[in-house]
Each structure stands twice: as structure tokens, then as C-alpha cells.
Design a binder for this molecule. Structure first.
Ligand SMILES: *Cc1c(COP(=O)(O)O)cnc(C)c1O
Length: 386
């Protein structure tokens, strides 16, 4: 069967562009953002404090909010004392944010291969790339699924590594009956404009390790010690000490005001994503070559909907045909070990990543899509692949 994009004569086109990803915002978000504006307090204050408390209630652990998910990953690693000369094991198939966050600490990201079934870190491959310089492993919850997280944690425990989960895709997913981030060592979320919940930009670090969180709290405010407490009561510190590298990575009250509404809508937004993804799985079942990376959404809140198209030869052509039908698609992700900045001489091959990457295509998924939209997309994809 030819996998080149075929003609789609006679198919109707939806009246709007079906976007790949998009925030779902309502009147409550519009209203909430007025609060900090009316108070004329736009920095880190009472809204951030409340957002942290509400997140902690949901996740069951203390939370520190920062300016984005990349900063959360960087500060979490820094708080573990990871830096120059250290290595962090990370799947190559992730957003470049994971790699840049590691590199920002001075440490070296070591690109690892993935499991074919879930596109998440293969801990056996990570084991083969392990050196005495390795200090942490960063599993990435691709599309919202945690893959074999328990295996990764066992591997880390055996080798004395920290586990910093890149949970940017997985807000709302559960693992062993508790929300992702509610167990394990350290988890980092992103609340950027297209993630499962958004605060415009934003992110957070979640952990039971009080030392790590205290360091992240200071590091987000230029390293000014204990400044968070002052800011949460509308003050700031004037007489302070700085003992570590800090960054200007705090979250603003404008962001937190939006995030609090989205957190309140968490269940509704998650149910929408789950229902749409389930519909994709059923509609694509008849097409043996199209294999959704995730098939079941009982414990997964899907952030994206990647499919693997077995034998796909002309992805660009297929994407063009779909775009002409008003369907925006994506490719998650160009493997990081192929990027000039992160290619390492003598790097052992990553055969699964390269094989899977060549066949990946991401279909639109966000809460404002309808069942009709999903049906239209599946028809267009099926027709294009005949
Ligand atoms: C979005 C994302 C990040 C970074 O989050 P930002 O808030 O955009 O900085 C990290 N890792 C993955 C896999 C992501 O998708």
C-alpha cells in the first residue's frame, strides 16, 4: 500500500483551521486576570501563593511555581547539586526544553533510546549509557503517559541517581492511583499556553524533598534567601544574603490567576482530552498501519495525540495535504541527539528513536475540538493514506 498522500476530491473542509494545540479559555480566566490588574500588583504575591497551595492540595505534595517548565527542570537539577562535569540520562525523543534545561546547569544531557510501545525512556538503554558521571535520570512522560516509570525509578535507585520527571505533558495523569507528581523523587510541570492546564506561561517543581524545594524557592528569586515569604505578604527583602546562583524565574500573579481557574477546570478539561483521544483510537482502529502511541486513557490525560504510521515515506507531503484540508499537524519531536548543539562524538546509535521518529505524526488535540472535528480528521487521514 502506497503511503504517499492521495487525492481527497469531494471531501468537505471545516470552516475553521483545526489547530494542532490550543488553550481552552473561558470567561472565568478573563475575569480572574483582572484581579492582579486591579490591585496593580503584577509580581509574585498572593495569587502565586494560592496557586501553589491549590496545586499542593491536588498533588498531595508541596509545590514551587516558576516562570516556565524549562526553568522548573533547570532549578530542580540545580537544587540537587547537579552541574558542570555531571551527566543526566534523558530520552532523545523530547522537546529541546529538556536538553536545554540540563545544559543550562552545566551538566551534559546523555541522549537515551526509547521503548517502542510508549515512546518513553528505555531504562535498559540508559543502563548501557551510564557512566560514573551520571547524577540523574530525566524520564519524559511522552504525550501524557509515564511508560515504565517504576522500572526507571528502580534503575535510578540501583545506581544512586536522582529522578527528575519531565511531566510537562502529564498534568492530571495518574500513576498507581495518585496524580503524576504525587509520588517519586521530583516532578516538573509546564503550564505553557498549550499544556493540559495553562497559566499563560508557567511551571512548577513538586517534591517531598524539603531541601530541594527550599533551594528552588530561593533560586527563582535571584538566590535572595527566604524572599518568597516576604513576597507572599506583599513585602520584599532589603537586607539579605545570597549563597548560590539564582535566576529571575518566579511566576507572576497574572499567570497564577489564570492558572488557578484552569486548575479548577482540571477535571472538565481532562475529560474532554480523554474523550477525543478515545474517539481517535476507535476511528483509526480499522487502519492497521496507523498506530496511536497511546491507546487507553483511563490513567492518562493526553497532551498530544501522536500516531505512528508504519511505512510512512512522505510525511511532509501528507502534512501538506492535511493542511490543505484545514488540519494542522505536528512532529513530536526531532530527536535531540540529531541537533548540532547536542550531537556527541562517538554517540552510540539510537535505533528505536530513529525508526519511530521517521513514522511519527501528531494529530490535533485540544479541549475545544468536537467529535465532528475528530471524525473529519480521521476521514482525511484515512483518505490520504489509501
Ligand atoms: C512544554 C515542555 C517543556 C517545557 O515547558 P515550558 O513551560 O515550555 O518551558 C519541557 N518538556 C517537554 C516535554 C515539554 O513539552
Amino acid at each position: 500500500m502506497g503511503k504517499r498522500a492521495g487525492a481527497l476530491a469531494g471531501m468537505s473542509k471545516p470552516s475553521r483551521l483545526l489547530r494542532l494545540s490550543k488553550a481552552s479559555l473561558g470567561p472565568a480566566e478573563h475575569k480572574a486576570v483582572q484581579r492582579p490588574l486591579e490591585r496593580a500588583f503584577l509580581g509574585m504575591g498572593s495569587e502565586v501563593r494560592a496557586f501553589e497551595e491549590e496545586l499542593a492540595t491536588y498533588l498531595g505534595r508541596p509545590v514551587v511555581c516558576v516562570v516556565n517548565g524549562t526553568a522548573a527542570l533547570q532549578l530542580a537539577l540545580q537544587a540537587c547539586g547537579i552541574g558542570r562535569g555531571d551527566e543526566v540520562l534523558v530520552p532523545s525523543l523530547t522537546y529541546v526544553a529538556s536538553f536545554q534545561a540540563i545544559a543550562a546547569t552545566g551538566a551534559t544531557p546523555v541522549a537515551c533510546d526509547i521503548r517502542e510501545d510508549s515512546c518513553t525512556l528505555d531504562s535498559a538503554d540508559a543502563g548501557r549509557r551510564l557512566t560514573a558521571r551520571a547524577r540523574a535520570v530525566m524520564p519524559v512522560h511522552y504525550a501524557g503517559g509515564v511508560g515504565t516509570l517504576d522500572e526507571v525509578c528502580t534503575f535510578a535507585a540501583e545506581h544512586g541517581l536522582r529522578v527528575v520527571e519531565d511531566a510537562a505533558h502529564a498534568f492530571g495523569s495518574t500513576h498507581r492511583g495518585v496524580p503524576v507528581g504525587g509520588s517519586g523523587d521530583i516532578a516538573c510541570f509546564s503550564f505553557d499556553g498549550i499544556k493540559n492546564i495553562t497559566s499563560g506561561e508557567g511551571g512548577c517543581v513538586v517534591s517531598d524533598d524539603a531541601t530541594v524545594l527550599a533551594r528552588v524557592r530561593d533560586a527563582r528569586l535571584l538566590g535572595v534567601e527566604n524572599d518568597t515569604a516576604a513576597r507572599f505578604s506583599s513585602q520584599r527583602s532589603w537586607d539579605f544574603d545570597v549563597t548560590a546562583q539564582g535566576w529571575r524565574y518566579h511566576m507572576s500573579d497574572i499567570m497564577a490567576a489564570i492558572g488557578r481557574v484552569q486548575l479548577g477546570r482540571r477535571a472538565e478539561l481532562a475529560a474532554r482530552r480523554q474523550a477525543l483521544a478515545q474517539q481517535y483510537v476507535e476511528a483509526l482502529r480499522g487502519h492497521a498501519e496507523i498506530r496511536p502511541v497511546l491507546q487507553s486513557f483511563d490513567t492518562v490525560v493526553p497532551h498530544i495525540f501522536p500516531v505512528r504510521i508504519i511505512g510512512l515515506r512522505d510525511r511532509d507531503g501528507l502534512r501538506r495535504v492535511l493542511r490543505e484540508r484545514g488540519i494542522e499537524t505536528g512532529v513530536h519531536y526531532r530527536p535531540n541527539h540529531t541537533l548540532s548543539y547536542f550531537t556527541r562524538p562517538g554517540q552510540a546509535p539510537l535505533p528505536v528513536t530513529e525508526r519511530v521518529y521517521a513514522e511519527l505524526l501528531t494529530l490535533p488535540l485540544h479541549p475545544d475540538l468536537t467529535a465532528t472535528d475528530i471524525g473529519f480528521i480521521c476521514d482525511a487521514l484515512n483518505a490520504a493514506l489509501v
